[in-house]
Design a protein around this ligand. Structure first.
Ligand SMILES: *Cc1c(COP(=O)(O)O)cnc(C)c1O
Length: 412
C-alpha cells in the first residue's frame, strides 16, 4: 500500500511527535520539566546562545515539550513556525509588545473578544492610532487604512454575535498594500478554517478554547503563515535583520515578547493541550452538529426573538461561512421575547452550565451584557450589537437529544 503524500488533519496531530526521535518510543512527547540545559562542551553552549547551533538554553524561551506542541500547531495552520504563550491574551499582547510602536495605526474589527478590545484601548493610550471598524464589509477596512497602518486585526467568527469578517477581501487589500494581516482564529480553530487561505500573515489561537477543549488548561499561540514579507516591516530590530527574512518576525516575537515579558507556556500545560488537540476535529464536528440543531430549534420557536448562528440561512454571512468554513462552529447566541426573563431561562436549564468560557466539551451559557461585556459599558455594547437579554451558548459534545430537550424545557 502506498502511504498518502499528505496526511489528514487528525492523523497529522496523532503521529507528529513520532516524526522525531522520542525516548522509549513513547507516542507522546514526554514532559520535560528542566528549566536549564547543560552542555558537555562550553563552546556548544556559547553557540546556542549565539544562534549558531540549535538547542535549548532556559525554559522561558523554549522547552522541548512546548516545541512539540508548536510544531503541531504549525502543521495544523499549515504555517512556517509557531510560538506558544501562557494564555491566548499573552499571544495577543505579544503582537502589540513585539511589533507595534508609538505612531503606528492599527485597524481592527470592532466585533472583538472583550479583553482584546481592552488591549487596543491600552495601545491607544500609549500613542497608537486605533480604528475600530465593522469588518464584515471590506469597504470599512479600506477607508480606514492610512499610510501609517501597520496591521489589520480581525477575528473569524465574532463572539457573541457571530459576525464574520470579510476575510478574503480584507486579505486581498492587505496583500496589495503590504500590511500585516493578523487573524484570531480561536472561534473557528484550524480544523474549521486556516487563515493562511485568505492571506493572513500571523494567526492567533487561544489554545484554552477548542484546541485543548476540556476547560482544564490555559494556553495561546501565534503562528507565522510565511505569507508576510518581514523584510518590508519597519520595526524589525537590527539584530533580527541578520536572520533570513522569513524568520525575522518570529525571531523578534520570541525575544521581545515571549522572552522579555515571560508569559511562557508551562510544559505540563503544553502536554495537556497536545492531548486535547488529538480530538479537536471530532469535537468540532459534534459541537457544530449540536449547535446547528439547537439554533434551528430555537429559531423556529415563537418564544424566541432572534438566533445568531452562521449555520442558519438567516445569518447575514451564511454564504461566506459556507464558502470558507468546514462547519459553522460551536458558538451561537440568542434573545428571548421580552416576556421571558433571560435570567429565569438560564436558571431553568439543567444541563447547560452558567459559566464563562467557550470551546469546552460541556455546554456553557452566559448572559453576556451582565458579565463579560459589562465592563465596557452600554455604548460600546450597543456598537457591538449586544442586547441586555442576549444569551451566549458555547455548545459541548453532549448527546444532541439531551441538549434539545434541556433548551426546550427551559422555555417553560
Ligand atoms: C478566549 C479568547 C481569547 C483569549 O484567550 P485566553 O486563553 O483566555 O487568554 C482571545 N481571543 C478570542 C477570540 C477568545 O475567544
Amino acid at each position: 500500500m502506498n502511504t498518502p503524500k499528505t496526511l489528514g488533519f487528525t492523523t497529522t496531530i496523532l503521529h507528529n511527535d513520532r516524526q522525531k526521535t522520542i525516548e522509549h518510543g513513547s507516542p507522546h512527547k514526554p514532559i520535560h520539566t528542566s528549566v536549564t540545559y547543560g552542555y558537555q562542551n562550553a563552546r556548544d553552549l556559547a553557540e546556542v546562545f549565539q544562534g549558531k547551533q540549535s538547542g535549548y538554553r532556559y525554559g522561558r524561551q523554549g522547552n522541548p515539550t512546548v516545541s512539540a506542541l508548536e510544531d503541531k500547531l504549525t502543521k495544523m495552520e499549515q504555517g512556517l513556525a509557531s510560538i506558544c504563550f501562557a494564555t491566548g491574551m499573552a499571544a495577543i499582547g505579544a503582537v502589540f509588545q513585539g511589533l507595534l510602536r508609538q505612531g503606528d495605526h492599527l485597524v481592527s474589527s470592532r466585533f472583538l473578544f472583550g479583553n482584546t478590545n481592552s488591549v487596543w484601548q491600552t495601545c491607544a493610550e500609549q500613542g497608537m492610532e486605533l480604528s475600530l471598524v465593522d469588518a464584515t464589509d471590506v469597504a470599512n477596512v479600506a477607508v480606514a487604512i492610512k499610510p501609517n497602518t501597520r496591521m489589520v486585526f480581525v477575528e473569524t467568527i465574532a463572539n457573541p454575535r457571530t459576525q464574520i469578517a470579510d476575510l478574503k477581501r480584507i486579505g486581498d487589500i492587505c496583500r496589495e498594500r503590504g500590511i500585516l494581516f493578523v487573524v484570531d482564529n480561536t472561534m473557528t480553530s484550524p480544523y474549521l478554517f486556516q487563515p493562511k487561505a485568505v492571506g493572513a500573515g500571523l494567526v492567533i489561537n487561544s489554545l484554552t478554547k477548542s484546541i485543548a477543549g476540556h476547560g482544564n488548561v490555559l494556553g495561546g499561540a501565534i503562528t507565522d503563515t510565511g505569507l508576510f514579507d518581514w523584510a518590508s516591516y519597519p520595526h524589525i530590530a537590527a539584530n533580527f535583520r541578520k536572520q533570513a527574512p522569513a524568520q525575522q518576525g518570529m525571531a523578534q516575537l520570541r525575544a521581545k515578547a515571549l522572552r522579555d515579558f515571560g508569559a511562557s507556556l508551562a510544559p505540563d500545560a503544553a502536554h495537556q493541550i497536545a492531548v486535547g488537540a488529538e480530538t479537536l476535529a471530532l469535537r468540532m464536528e459534534r459541537e457544530s452538529l449540536n449547535a446547528l440543531a439547537l439554533a434551528q430549534m430555537l429559531e423556529a420557536d415563537p418564544r424566541v426573538a432572534v438566533v445568531h448562528y452562521p449555520g442558519l440561512a438567516s445569518h447575514p454571512q451564511h454564504a461566506l461561512a459556507t464558502e470558507l468554513f468546514r462547519a459553522y462552529g460551536a458558538l451561537f447566541s440568542f434573545e428571548l421575547k421580552p416576556e421571558i426573563d433571560c435570567f429565569d431561562y438560564l436558571n431553568r436549564l439543567k444541563l447547560a452550565i452558567n459559566a464563562t468560557h467557550l470551546g469546552d466539551t460541556r455546554t456553557l451559557v452566559i448572559p453576556v451584557a451582565h458579565t463579560i461585556f459589562f465592563e465596557m459599558g452600554a455604548e460600546r455594547r450597543a456598537e457591538m450589537g449586544i442586547a441586555d437579554s442576549l444569551i451566549r451558548v458555547s455548545v459541548g459534545i453532549e448527546d444532541t437529544s439531551d441538549l434539545l430537550h434541556d433548551f426546550a424545557q427551559a422555555l417553560g
